[in-house]
Ligand binder design. Structure first.
Ligand SMILES: Nc1ncnc2c1ncn2[C@@H]1O[C@H](COP(=O)(O)OP(=O)(O)OP(=O)(O)O)[C@@H](O)[C@H]1O
Length: 292
């Protein structure tokens, strides 16, 4: 995908399976929204092949569009509409819509049903975004940074809703997010996009293991100094420490590599490549990641 002379996406290659929750992660400007907009049919890619529910999104007809759910921008023009009114109006576009009242309960907006859209808080608007995206019972749902501005409770409710849609109704969900905890909790698989390339992809567990095979063990030694050691066998190290001290190990902490470690490792690696003037991400990023 290029805008004029500037290449934004350098050959994204991914398959998203039916019924899975797939998260696209990456720093600002990595190309997540551009990717999602190509898949939604809002942008035509400059080269390559894209198939969404069996069709080229750039040529998707109304029947195809009715099978996908996405967060539209233009409904924001309906600021004076009441929440329930807007939802009922959008429901008329679909052959088998959800009941607007049930949907309001599902996204936790029942109390705001009669409120004008312009008087909703930021987080409530995002809930309405999601409600509008699923009113037509989509098979495939695109959510671009859906929980931005959510408080912790709203975030948890939203995660429950997404899991229910995927597990109970078999909805395929493509999610972009900056929240690594969210990705780890929700996603069956994750792709990390940096500078328009997929650096790594896999299940959250696979990606967590990529950053470093070693766990970090921290404790406070008998002389009061803080100690940190990296090891591939933390239980053995803890056992040895225990043998050595003959009692409790003070402030013991065993930390496995997290998704955040992988993410930061990859972003730093790509930033360094950029600074070195190398062609970022060229070659075989997967193999290189393993070697790292
Ligand atoms: N219409 C456009 N014309 C030219 N460049 C664009 C256009 N839209 C996006 N870009 C550029 O494409 C790159 C990728 O943008 P994109 O919005 O896809 O990133 P993103 O990963 O979604 O970022 P964020 O996390 O900040 O939302 C950025 O460098 C952006 O400036």
């Amino acid at each position: 995908m290029s805008y004029g002379d500037t290449t934004i996406l350098h050959g994204i290659d991914l398959d998203i399976h039916r019924g899975e929750i797939f998260a696209l992660l990456g720093p600002n400007g990595a190309g997540k929204t551009t990717t999602v907009e190509i898949l939604e049919g809002f942008r035509q890619c400059s080269a390559g092949e894209v198939r969404v529910l069996g069709a080229d999104p750039a040529r998707g007809d109304d029947a195809w569009r009715g099978r996908i759910g996405l967060v539209l921008q233009y409904w924001r023009d309906h600021r004076r509409w009441q929440v329930a009114e807007l939802l009922t109006h959008f429901a008329t576009y679909y052959p088998n819509p959800r009941d607007p009242a049930e949907l309001l309960a599902l996204v936790g907006l029942t109390k705001q049903a009669g409120r004008q859209v312009e008087h909703l808080s930021g987080g409530q608007r995002r809930r309405l975004d999601v409600a509008l995206a699923i009113v037509g019972r989509p098979e495939l749902l695109f959510l671009d940074e859906p929980t931005t501005g959510f408080d912790p409770e709203a975030r948890r409710d939203f995660h429950d809703l997404i899991e229910r849609l995927a597990r109970d109704e078999g909805v395929t969900i493509l999610l972009t997010t900056h929240d690594l905890v969210e990705a780890e909790r929700l996603a069956d698989r994750i792709a990390m996009l940096v500078n328009g390339r997929i650096g790594v992809q896999g299940t959250p567990t696979e990606l967590s293991r990529r950053a470093a095979a070693q766990a970090e063990v921290r404790w406070t030694a008998a002389d009061g100094t803080a100690r940190t050691e990296r090891t591939a066998d933390p239980s053995r190290l803890v056992w040895e420490l225990h043998q050595h001290t003959g009692g409790p190990i003070a402030d013991l902490e065993v930390r496995r590599p997290t998704l955040e470690d992988t993410y930061l490792h990859m972003v730093h690696r790509e930033a360094k490549r950029g600074a070195d003037g190398a062609e970022a991400g060229a070659g075989a990023p997967e193999g290189e990641e393993r070697a790292a």
